[in-house]
Design a protein around this ligand. Structure first.
Ligand code: PNS
Length: 167
């Protein structure tokens, strides 16, 4: 059985991520979305919020499950009896970092392969960071996110503004 892990920060999940998840789900028997818990970046959403949003936007995909992980990605892949890591490649600028990760992972876990899917051209410019920047300035993020995720993102920034005013 081919089980793939699609890892990331997903802060928040974008339509670009969702496109990769849907395409991977068609190719693999089982897909585990691994949400990184302890990232050096300070996330906008807690890991529970990111996992819940991912569960909700992938609920139509029977062979996809969402879990959080901490520590090394290859350990998470082994623990879940998976053999493939999937990553999306948007542009050449992603390549160096992705190649470094894939090669390092292969040295520390020779039984795991990384496969890359080129992102849908429609989303080739898209990243969670850009979406957060736009949302932070009150811009329109509806073209980039599932409607529920877009609403949660707007709410987060509204909460932050309110909290900021009371400091
Ligand atoms: O969405 P991101 O932030 O680009 O995803 C990066 C991620 C989660 C795939 C990467 O940071 C990761 O695998 N972190 C876990 C720690 C680890 O295994 N590091 C060594 C990778 S070479």
């Amino acid at each position: 059985m081919a089980t793939a892990v699609y890892p990331g920060s997903f802060d928040p999940v974008t339509l670009g991520h969702l496109d990769i998840i849907e395409r991977t789900a068609k190719m693999m028997d089982h897909v585990i979305i691994g949400v990184l818990q302890n990232n050096s970046k300070t996330p906008l959403f807690s890991v529970e919020e990111r996992v819940n949003m991912l569960r909700s936007v992938t609920s139509h995909l029977d062979n996809v499950e969402v879990m959080s992980f901490d520590g090394l990605l290859v350990d998470f892949v082994h623990q879940n009896h998976a053999n493939v890591i999937v990553r999306g490649l948007r542009a050449i600028t992603d390549f160096e970092y992705e190649l470094q990760m894939a090669q390092t992972n292969r040295v520390i876990a020779g039984d795991i392969d990384t496969i890359f899917l080129t992102t849908n051209l429609k989303y080739s410019y898209l990243s969670s960071s850009i979406v957060k920047e736009i949302a932070g300035y009150g811009g329109d993020i509806d073209a980039f996110l599932h409607p529920m995720v877009a609403e949660r993102t707007r709410e987060k920034f509204r909460e932050r503004m309110t909290a900021g005013k009371h400091q």
